[in-house]
Design a protein around this ligand. Structure first.
Ligand SMILES: Cc1cc2nc3c(=O)[nH]c(=O)nc-3n(C[C@H](O)[C@H](O)[C@H](O)COP(=O)(O)OP(=O)(O)OC[C@H]3O[C@@H](n4cnc5c(N)ncnc54)[C@H](O)[C@@H]3O)c2cc1C
Ligand code: FES
Length: 261
């Protein structure tokens, strides 16, 4: 983990409210593992000292990029920034996904909205190709499809309004796939909490392993403030673990969801 002020190399709007930001960070980029994140302080946002966490989308040579959605104050200020401007980052953070080795189970990647950003490096570095299930509210929320296809992955799209791909939730085609061939599959998911919980239920129903990247609000990002804790099984009971350090990726079987005891 390195804390650095780095320079914006490129910044473009990808679609609707989504932006891609490329940073020059030669000391950070080579360290990045799939599913890890960067904690970003938007320097022009004077009143907001808090950093914002973003999955590392791509890492090449001495650069890495993030793919983000403009949703509030921090991302609004970020969207105004231009190439050449400095950004303070702490990265790479978190544990990341376990990359499936060649000849292992077929990886089924499940992504909701900006969850796609956490999946690209996993797909790129996995010698074992599989299927990416991408879901979003509308067609504009479906990102990176061609990037995944270019890596040799099959992509199945769902939108809640039916404007692209199959109409419905991303877990519907996933369930169909598990009904067809659950044995020998392994799930990896990143997206909103209700989606992760639904993936976890399917993993349990079909007895397949699943790694989930949890979407918890964060403050320090480095294990100090405990703002990001989730409940994780421990023997007969449970304990709190920090999404920013022990996670954000957790084994679905270990998570104690809201309302469970
Ligand atoms: C490990 C991790 C990886 C992430 N990766 C990405 C990514 O690759 N791309 C991306 O666009 N976003 C990602 N996020 C979410 C991103 O951190 C938030 O969208 C961002 O912090 C919002 O900042 P803001 O100041 O613009 O919004 P705020 O003004 O703080 O909030 C605006 C709205 O966004 C919601 N929000 C804030 N934080 C989160 C969050 N963690 N999850 C869901 N909703 C949130 C708030 O509840 C509110 O409704 C990630 C979050 C985590 C924890
Ligand atoms: S965000 Fe502070 S401990 Fe995780």
């Amino acid at each position: 983990m390195i804390e650095q002020t780095v320079q914006i190399l490129a910044h473009e709007r990808v679609a609707d409210q989504y932006f891609r930001l490329v940073l020059r960070a030669p000391e950070i980029a080579p360290l990045v593992q799939p599913g890890q994140f960067a904690h970003v302080r938007v320097l022009p946002l004077k009143e907001a000292l808090l950093r914002r966490p973003f999955s590392i989308f791509q890492a090449n040579g001495d650069t890495f990029s993030i793919l983000y959605k403009r949703v509030g104050k921090g991302t609004e200020a970020l969207a105004q920034m231009e190439p050449g401007e400095p950004l303070s980052v702490i990265a790479p953070l978190g544990n990341g996904f376990a990359v499936p080795p060649r000849g292992s189970e077929t990886p089924l990647l499940v992504a909701g909205g900006y969850g796609m950003a956490a999946m690209y490096l996993l797909a790129k570095r996995s010698p074992q190709k599989g299927v990416v299930f991408v879901g979003g509210r509308r067609a504009v929320d479906i990102l990176c499809v061609e990037d995944f296809r270019a890596l040799g992955w099959e992509v199945r799209i769902t939108t809640e309004d039916g404007s692209l791909g199959e109409k419905g939730l991303v877990t519907q085609p996933l369930q169909a796939e598990l009904q067809r061939a659950a044995a020998g599959s392994r799930l990896y998911a990143c997206g909103p909490t209700p989606m992760l919980r639904a993936v976890s239920r399917l993993a349990e129903q079909f007895s397949v392993p699943a790694e989930l990247s949890m979407d918890e609000h964060m403050c320090c990002g480095v294990g100090v403030c405990l703002a990001c804790v989730i409940r994780v099984k421990s023997g007969e009971s449970w304990e709190y673990q920090r999404s920013c350090t022990e996670g954000p990726v957790f084994d679905a079987r270990q998570i104690v969801w809201e309302g469970q005891s």
